[in-house]
Design a protein around this ligand. Structure first.
Ligand SMILES: *[C@@H]1O[C@H](CO)[C@@H](O)[C@H](O)[C@H]1NC(C)=O
Ligand SMILES: *[C@@H]1O[C@H](CO)[C@@H](O)[C@H](O)[C@H]1NC(C)=O
Ligand SMILES: *[C@@H]1O[C@H](CO)[C@@H](O)[C@H](O)[C@H]1NC(C)=O
Ligand SMILES: *[C@@H]1O[C@H](CO)[C@@H](O)[C@H](O)[C@H]1NC(C)=O
Length: 378
């Protein structure tokens, strides 16, 4: 028998030390495993392994029975920006246009309608949906506004797969990876007020741009209760959604609410719409300086040098992930490849990088200025 073993066995005091040491190790293990930080780390590890999926959702439904598919340049722009910045697995367009109508638009539609249909045919999936007409606790509220019909469709559809919802007047301005991986099931952003309201919308969560996992608590509650709670008021869905989101903040990892700059830095009032879209006289905004550095301070300093050379009318979208461009529908004449490339409007500066990439890929000539619409397809 080796000497050492014999000695340990023969010494009662060493045996006691060993037992104490084992007890300490067990105690430490229990403390570490049950410690709130360890528990939290386990939860975060789980979340990091399952981000919000990069699946983009848009809704495009008929205004009336005779509507035809007709996309302005702004719609091609947002789809292209989604493909460029978000690198999605799929882009859904949820619609009540049938296959024949889609095929017809592809043949005889405007130049931008055709561009939407032919630029990324494998990425875009046209998903036929039923458009709801009725809501309310007794199914007696008629859903009149196309925007409200779309509210219901967007939630019903995104709840199934998860992803990023965007209205067609929203343009992503950068990668959303940091938000997809932030560790929350739902990410929303607040917005300013509407044009005919007295403050009921200001501060609510914008439902034109948000991110959610499939079947998140947020999505399940909205899908379950939105129909029942609908009372036809314009702000009804927004206020309800905001209330649910704010409550869910207190349940870990459910909801992250960002400020107004994140998804909706401008608003519906005229002063904000014209400041976003109208071209400005005089010198255009200088092209942004670039750096290949990955050092945050180098990138920051390069941004500051660009800002120092800005024009007086320039807005700052540095902290904007998605630009909900309120008023896009009335400003299509200002949203053209030519005007955007001229760097004379705030919308143009925000989307310049996107149109430059289109130009480099030969998808636009850069001379289109709104007058090419009629020439499409005939
Ligand atoms: C598609 O809709 C049109 C009306 O716009 C209708 O005439 C046609 O029958 C529909 N086609 C199919 C396959 O449902
Ligand atoms: C539209 O037509 C192009 C060919 O001209 C085709 O590649 C594309 O898949 C069509 N898109 C749709 C949505 O049918
Ligand atoms: C919205 O509310 C903020 C304060 O939270 C206020 O500063 C702002 O003027 C309001 N703006 C609009 C457009 O409603
Ligand atoms: C960044 O790298 C690319 C490719 O190497 C190069 O063409 C470009 O000039 C670089 N840009 C700057 C600002 O250094």
């Amino acid at each position: 028998m080796p000497l050492g073993t014999e000695r340990i066995r023969s010494s009662p005091r060493i045996g006691l030390y060993i037992r104490i040491a084992i007890a300490v190790v067990i105690l430490l293990t229990v403390v570490v495993v049950l410690h709130p930080l360890a528990a939290a780390q386990e939860v975060y590890a789980k979340y990091q392994s399952s981000p919000i999926p990069s699946i983009v959702h848009y809704v495009y439904i008929k205004r009336d029975a005779n509507s035809v598919i007709d996309f302005p340049f702004a719609y091609f722009l947002t789809l292209y920006a989604s493909a460029m910045y978000l690198k999605p697995e799929k882009i859904y367009i949820h619609t009540d246009y049938n296959e024949t109508e889609i095929a017809n638009a592809n043949k005889t539609g405007s130049i931008w309608t055709k561009k939407v249909m032919s630029t990324f045919p494998d990425l875009i999936e046209w998903n036929q949906v039923f458009v709801p007409q009725w809501a309310g606790a007794n199914e007696n509220m008629k859903i009149d506004a196309i925007q409200h019909k779309s509210d219901f469709i967007r939630w019903n559809e995104i709840a199934k797969t998860g992803g990023i919802y965007m209205d067609f007047d929203v343009v992503p301005l950068k990668s959303l990876d940091p938000l997809l991986n932030a560790g929350f099931d739902f990410v929303g952003g607040r917005q300013y007020g509407g044009k005919d309201e007295g403050g009921q919308i200001n501060g609510t969560i914008n439902n034109g741009a948000f991110l959610t996992k499939a079947n998140s608590a947020m999505a399940r509650i909205i899908v379950r209760e939105q129909t029942m709670g609908f009372d036809g008021r314009w702000e009804s869905n927004l206020q309800f959604m905001t209330q649910v989101a704010e409550r869910l903040v207190s349940i870990p990892n459910q909801v992250l609410i960002l400020d107004r700059q994140a998804f909706a830095p401008t608003h519906w009032f005229e002063d904000s719409k014209s400041a976003l879209f109208n071209p400005n006289e005089g010198r255009p905004s200088p092209e942004p300086l670039r750096t290949n550095s990955t050092d945050p301070l180098d990138i920051y300093d390069t941004m500051i040098r660009t800002r120092l050379a800005r024009q007086e009318w320039e807005m700052d979208f540095s902290s904007t992930y998605m630009l909900h461009a309120f008023g896009q529908g009335q400003n299509n004449h200002n949203i053209t490849p030519k005007k955007i490339l001229s760097r004379t409007s705030n919308y143009g500066i925000a989307t310049w990088e996107i149109v430059k990439k289109m130009l480099s890929e030969g998808l636009v000539t850069g001379n289109e200025d709104g007058d090419e619409k009629k020439s499409g397809g005939h």
